[in-house]
Ligand binder design. Structure first.
Ligand SMILES: C[S@@+](CC[C@H](N)C(=O)[O-])C[C@H]1O[C@@H](n2cnc3c(N)ncnc32)[C@H](O)[C@@H]1O
Length: 242
């Protein structure tokens, strides 16, 4: 197996939302280790961690090229690398160097490119799949819009962007009474993601076919945007006799 490499990294400045709002998550090694435990992730997601991850993996092709924006906790990255396989290509970018180093230190023997990059800046090439896993709720609206559009721009014709994130719980989901104050305290941008469909941030939304699925009585969403192939690139269709 190929060793993990850090290449194509760009000089980035850590965004204020990370240093000001989420220092415990991304700047504190002890807490990061705690959140990285799959059991902790299972509890924090009310038992939906595995289901959501397995469902997302169904949308990723073995041997395909995949870009992921942002490192994650739990074994999401390892499972995704496993699905892509050794003949595919998997790149994970993150704006925080210590997050890249954290992933580098725990992922052994899997073929993953780790790069320091800010996804608010245009991404350099196109991929079969671009993944945005539990990132959007942490972003202020202006940054969220930039990231969503950069993600969509780096999807090749016929390829897809996958967004997995929080969603507005249904009216009969009583957990919303806990989630609302919790989010307001710790993840202040989540509620805006509840209210605005991801599709609405896309400048070229008609270039994609959009599919949405929710989990846990509306608490989580998976949105898949499949880039339509332009007519001139579609294979010629034989004229029908009839
Ligand atoms: C992908 S989210 C995932 C965290 C979530 N709590 C989970 O389920 O694991 C967080 C990651 O995204 C990174 N990130 C935030 N803003 C970014 C940006 N503009 N460009 C690239 N990575 C970014 C953060 O540094 C962090 O490592």
């Amino acid at each position: 197996m190929k060793a993990i490499v850090i290449k194509n990294s760009k000089i980035t400045q850590e965004p204020a939302y990370i240093t000001e709002l989420y220092p415990l998550l991304y700047k504190n090694k002890k807490w990061a280790r705690f959140f990285d435990d799959n059991r902790v992730q299972a509890v924090l997601t009310f038992g939906f961690y595995r289901k959501i991850l397995e469902d997302m993996l169904e949308d990723i092709g073995t041997n395909s090229s995949v870009l992921q924006v942002g490192c994650t906790f739990g074994n999401q990255i390892e499972k995704t690398a496993e699905k892509i396989g050794k003949y595919g290509e998997y790149t994970v970018i993150d704006v925080v160097k210590s997050e890249i180093e954290r992933v580098k230190s725990k992922v052994h023997g899997q073929k993953i490119n780790l790069e320091i990059q800010d996804a608010r800046k245009p991404l350099s090439r196109k991929y079969d799949t671009v993944l945005c896993y539990m990132l959007l709720h942490e972003l202020p609206i202006a940054s969220r819009e930039k990231v969503i559009n950069n993600v969509l721009d780096s999807v090749r014709d016929g390829g897809r962007a996958i967004f997995v994130d929080y969603n507005q719980p249904t009216d009969w989901n009583l957990l919303r009474f806990i989630l609302k104050p919790f989010n307001r305290l710790f993840f202040p941008f989540t509620e805006s993601l509840w209210k605005t469909p991801i599709k609405n941030y896309a400048k070229k939304s008609t270039h994609f076919a959009w599919y949405k699925k929710t989990y846990g009585s509306g608490m989580y969403q998976k949105v898949v945007a499949v880039r339509r192939t332009p007519d001139e690139k579609k294979p010629a269709v034989k004229q029908s006799f009839y």
